[in-house]
Design a protein around this ligand. Structure first.
Ligand code: F6R
Ligand code: MN
Length: 200
């Protein structure tokens, strides 16, 4: 008897607006990232000016078998809070060994990675036609340093899940800020110190 696998699929999408049938849509506004940006005064000022959408995610997670994959489209808006570029919340995978492949579609940005055990950080370019491999046990955040939406696809094991808790509590150890018109990676603690002294 022939086995018909209904999971075969091919989809066409518009990277800026990937409204895909069956995708679970989520949207994060500035107010959803309270406490994430280093410059709290700048954050309050941005909120008073409105509550912009920071990013949208369209996830295809209907496959649940062992060995299955899931994938999601991300659209991250350009902008800054103070000198810090807009970013996604960032997370570990609930199932820690789960790796992820990010494929850049358009725009200009980076992925900030942080190893859970060593706390080693990596900043890797994410632009059109680039691929970033995120190993397991690694927190990952997408950052837009351009002037247009940063769009990308992430592909991950279906059982990966999300663990937002540790990043929500401790955040990443590094921040990506604009310095003399260029992205500049620095220690969060040093940037917080500058903000406190008013020299940032
Ligand atoms: C899935 C994944 C991406 C992110 C998306 C939004 O594992 O890494 O699809 O979910 O970039 O970022 P978060 O989930 O950190 O708000
Ligand atoms: Mn992920």
């Amino acid at each position: 008897m022939a086995v018909v696998n209904l999971n075969f699929s091919s989809i066409q999408f518009d990277p800026q607006h990937p409204h895909i049938e069956g995708a679970v849509f989520s949207e994060r506004r500035l107010s959803d990232l309270s406490g994430y940006f280093a410059d709290e005064d700048a954050y309050r000022r941005c909120l008073q000016d409105g509550n912009p959408v920071l990013y949208r995610v369209y996830s295809l997670e209907q496959w649940t078998g062992e060995g299955d994959l899931a994938y999601g489209f991300g659209v991250l808006m350009p902008g800054k809070v103070g000198r810090e570029y807009f970013f996604t919340k960032g997370h570990y995978h609930a199932w820690r060994p789960a790796a992820e492949v990010y494929i850049g579609l358009s725009g200009s940005g980076f992925m900030l990675l942080e190893d859970e055990t060593t706390h080693e950080s990596r900043l890797l370019s994410l632009t059109a036609n680039s691929v970033v491999y995120v190993p397991g046990c690694t927190a990952h955040r997408t950052i837009n340093v351009g002037s247009t939406p940063l769009t990308y696809i992430g592909v991950y094991p279906a059982r990966a899940g999300h663990d937002y808790g540790s990043i929500e509590r401790d955040n990443f150890r590094k921040v990506l800020i604009e310095l003399n018109g260029e992205p500049h990676l620095m220690d969060r603690s040093a940037y917080l110190h500058q903000l406190q002294k008013g020299t940032a």
